[in-house]
Design a protein around this ligand. Structure first.
Ligand SMILES: [Zn+2]
Length: 387
C-alpha cells in the first residue's frame, strides 16, 4: 500500500521515498506526494531521483509512477511540479466552492467535473441556466474566496459521514475523507485542497451550454482566471484600436461598423446593378451575340451583368471574368446550350455546370485555358445558331 502524503499535506512538494515494487516503465513507492489521475483531475508530474515522472495512476491501494528512466531502490529524493499542482488545486477546490454556490443559489447539483488543460467544466443537473443565476453563483463563490475561510480535512466512518450532510457521498469505503469549507460546504473527496479558500484566487464562469438535458459550465480559477482576463482585455483593446475606439467601447464601435458595412454593401449592389444594366444594354446594342472578357472581374460582379443579358430577348452570351466563365441565352432562345458547354469544358481545364439557360464554369489558375474554352464555346454556338 502506498502512503498518500498529499492527503495530510497538499502543500508538500519535496519528499523521500523507497521503491517497493516495479512495473514496466514505472515504480511503486512506499509513500508519495504525487496525485494520481482521478475524480476528473489529471495526475501530477515532477521527478523521482531526478528522473521525470510522466504519469501517475492508482492501482488498488498502490500508486504507480510512470518514469522516463532508471530509479534506484532508494531512499530517493522526489519532487512534485509545484506550478502544475498549484494550478490543479486552484481549479479543483474552486470547483468545490462553485458547485456549492450553484446549490445555494438555484438548487443545482454538480454531477461531473472535468479539469482540462486550459479550462475546467462542471455538469449541473438542471435543464437551463440564466445569466442572472450564473452571476449570482459566481458572486457567492468569489465572496467565499475573499472571506478566506478555513478548509478542514477530517476522516470519518461511513455511518458518521452519512450524518454530515455531504454534497457527495461515496460508496464502499471504510474511511471517508471529508473536505469542509467552514460554514459553507462539506464533500467527500480524496483530492488536493488548499488550507484556506483564499488560495483559490478568483473564480470566473466563462460560459455554459446545454448538453444531454444538463448544463455544462466552463470556468477558470486562480492563475488561469488572471491569464484569461488578461487575454480578453488584450483582445478587446486590439479590437478597439482597430475600430479607433477604447477597449470598452469596442462592442458599440463594432456594431456601428457592421451597420455601416451593411449599408455600403447595399449601396454597392445597387450601383453594380445599375452599371451592369447600362453595360448589358451597350453590349446588346452592338450585337445580340455577346462574347466579352473581363479579366479582373470577380464572379459575383460578372453574374450581375449576365442577369441582365439573360433577361434580354434573343441574346446569346459567353463572358469571362477572373477565373470564371458564364454562358447563357436570353428570352425567346430555345436552343439547348448544354452539349456545346460540356464539350468546351472537356476540351480545356475548366469545370462547370448548369441547366436551362445559364451555365457557369471556374477556370482554376489558368486564365488562358478559360479564354480558350470560352472562344471555342462561342464559335460552336455561333455556328449552331447561324449568327
Ligand atoms: Zn476535492
Amino acid at each position: 500500500m502506498t502512503e498518500k502524503l498529499y492527503l495530510a499535506d497538499s502543500y508538500l512538494r519535496k519528499f523521500e521515498a523507497r521503491v517497493v515494487s516495479r512495473r514496466p516503465g514505472g515504480v511503486v513507492l512506499d509513500r508519495t506526494a504525487f496525485y494520481a489521475t482521478s475524480g476528473g483531475q489529471p495526475h501530477d508530474t515532477g521527478t523521482i531521483a531526478g528522473v521525470a515522472v510522466t504519469g501517475v495512476e492508482g492501482e488498488g491501494e498502490e500508486v504507480v509512477h510512470a518514469v522516463a528512466g532508471e530509479i534506484p531502490d532508494g531512499p530517493v529524493a522526489c519532487e512534485v511540479d509545484g506550478a502544475r499542482r498549484t494550478d490543479h488545486t486552484e481549479q479543483h477546490h474552486g470547483q468545490h466552492i462553485l458547485s456549492r454556490a450553484f446549490i445555494e443559489e438555484m438548487g443545482a447539483e454538480t454531477v461531473s467535473f472535468h479539469l482540462g488543460a486550459d479550462r475546467a467544466t462542471i455538469d449541473l443537473d438542471v435543464r437551463d441556466l440564466s445569466e442572472g443565476e450564473a452571476e449570482r453563483a459566481e458572486e457567492l463563490a468569489n465572496r467565499v474566496v475573499r472571506e478566506n475561510r478555513p478548509v478542514e480535512v477530517t476522516w470519518h466512518t461511513p455511518a458518521e459521514a452519512k450524518g454530515l450532510g455531504l454534497r457527495k457521498m461515496p460508496e464502499g469505503l471504510d474511511r471517508v475523507r471529508v473536505v469542509a469549507i467552514r460554514d459553507f460546504d462539506r464533500c467527500a473527496c480524496g483530492g488536493t485542497h488548499p488550507a484556506r479558500t483564499g488560495d483559490v484566487g478568483q473564480i470566473r464562469v466563462l460560459g455554459w451550454e446545454k448538453t444531454k438535458g444538463r448544463v455544462r459550465v466552463t470556468f477558470v480559477c486562480g492563475g488561469r482566471a488572471l491569464r484569461d482576463a488578461r487575454e480578453r482585455h488584450r483582445a478587446l483593446a486590439a479590437a478597439g484600436a482597430a475600430l479607433g475606439a477604447g477597449a470598452l467601447d469596442a462592442p458599440v464601435a463594432a456594431a456601428k461598423a457592421r451597420e455601416e458595412l451593411r449599408a455600403l454593401a447595399r449601396e454597392r449592389d445597387d450601383l453594380r446593378a445599375r452599371a451592369a444594366e447600362s453595360e448589358a444594354a451597350a453590349l446588346l446594342t452592338a450585337s445580340r451575340f455577346v462574347r466579352a472578357a473581363y479579366p479582373d472581374r470577380e464572379a459575383p460582379a460578372l453574374l450581375v451583368l449576365t442577369r441582365f443579358l439573360s433577361a434580354a430577348p434573343e441574346a446569346v452570351f459567353v463572358v469571362t471574368g477572373k477565373g470564371c466563365l458564364v454562358a447563357g441565352c436570353g428570352i425567346g432562345v430555345s436552343h439547348d446550350l448544354a452539349p456545346a458547354f460540356r464539350e468546351a469544358c472537356a476540351a480545356g481545364t475548366v469545370r462547370g455546370g448548369g441547366r436551362g439557360r445559364l451555365f457557369q464554369a471556374a477556370g482554376g489558375t489558368d486564365p488562358a485555358a478559360l479564354e480558350a474554352a470560352a472562344d471555342a464555346l462561342a464559335k460552336r454556338l455561333a455556328a449552331e445558331l447561324g449568327r
